[in-house]
Write a protein that binds this ligand. Sequence first.
Ligand code: G3P
Ligand code: CA
Length: 235
Amino acid sequence: MLKIGHRGAKGHEPENTLVSFQKALDMQVDGIELDVHLSADGEIMVIHDESIDRTTNGKGFVNALSLRQLKAFRVNQTQNQRLSAALPQQIPTLKEVFDLVNQDCFINIELKSYEATDKVVTLIEKYVTKKGWKYDRFLVSSFDWNALQQVAFLNVKIPIGVLTETDLDLALAFAKFIQAKSIHPYFHLLTKENTAQIQAKGLQVFPWTINELEDIQKIKTFNVNGIITDFPNRI
Ligand code: G3P
Ligand code: CA
């Protein structure tokens, strides 16, 4: 059962920052999950929200600010995270995360905007052709299934994960249609039975975001393929 760090190790460090991804790596994760948007000048930025208001000391939409402007802000720390010795963090680019994760750990890139799709595919292809990374080092997921269809259209070798918060059957049908690798359901949608049904169709199951020990124990009994969590050390 794979251990996947949500936004790095969000329970320990500011989400979607290099220190958060490093913390997840230190906790021996099998994969890290992160979110991407495009900056105004087309850089792939690793940030969850479409605006920087919640997670940084700045204000504005990611797609209205340039890379240079975005890099001028600092990512906020929660009270627990202030115990961390790390310096205040900038919003990373996807390339910076790829360069940090220079070890046997896969990267689950969640497309938060359709506009980022082509650039993410191009960057993955660059790391495969120029750095010799295998395609299975990547897993592109999204709630925007049009974006996933575009990934499949551009490069069938890129592994795809279909995200769903509400409809497992529809997600399964779509996943089969685009030959996805996995389904990423909100964990309350899962039972032992429907997990087995999805797996019987050749798809892996990676539920999110499971943080409480009680929930982790329960989901483990469903034999899911991996767990996406803010607290990788709890898996
Ligand atoms: O990829 C799983 C999970 O991250 C989806 O929800 O809102 O945390 O991006 P969210
Ligand atoms: Ca996400």
